[in-house]
Ligand binder design. Structure first.
Ligand code: ADP
Ligand code: MG
Length: 142
């Protein structure tokens, strides 16, 4: 079921909860899509399904938020690269320090900013704004 149409934020979060059941330490999730297409909404659903109780918001000033995931005994790193530009040096952000490590789940909003700086294996999720509160969400394992 790679493509899903959701009709409201709750359906997007329910889809995220479904993905959450198959996640394991070391997984990397790259999120693509325009502003308002539902990336953060999806991450909120993912985090909730993984037992995060604190508020999940876009890490626009820090680039990254950390959330402990007691159920998986992992830490979720939620990056948002919106303020980066193509070709910017990504080293200071610390992505490569965490992603793929066995005790981490890494989620990246605005993953198009990564350019050539890509992990070997990842889950790609594309968000498309259709109209009103309809979104097209495509999940692919790469
Ligand atoms: P992004 O992180 O991609 O910029 P957000 O998740 O922050 O987008 O914002 C999506 C906005 O669209 C939220 O205000 C959310 O309530 C609204 N929305 C409406 N319908 C949906 C839907 N089907 N899925 C996700 N968000 C939706
Ligand atoms: Mg966002």
């Amino acid at each position: 079921m790679p493509t899903t149409l959701t009709n409201n934020p709750e359906e997007t979060q329910a889809l995220a909860a479904t993905l959450a059941t198959s996640l394991k330490g070391g997984d990397i999730i790259l999120l693509y899509g325009d502003l308002g297409s539902g990336k953060t909404c999806f991450v909120q659903g993912l985090a909730k399904a993984l037992g995060v109780t604190e508020t999940v918001r876009s890490p626009s000033f820090t680039f990254v938020w950390e959330h402990r995931l007691p159920s998986l005994q992992c830490t979720m790193y939620h990056f948002d690269l919106y303020r980066l530009h193509y070709g910017d040096d990504l080293t200071p952000i610390g992505l490569s320090d965490v992603w793929g490590e066995p005790m981490t789940i890494t989620v990246v909003e605005w993953a198009d900013r990564l350019g050539e700086y890509m992990p070997e294996h990842f889950i790609q999720i594309d968000f498309e704004y259709l109209r009103d509160s309809k979104r097209k969400i495509t999940i692919q394992k790469k």
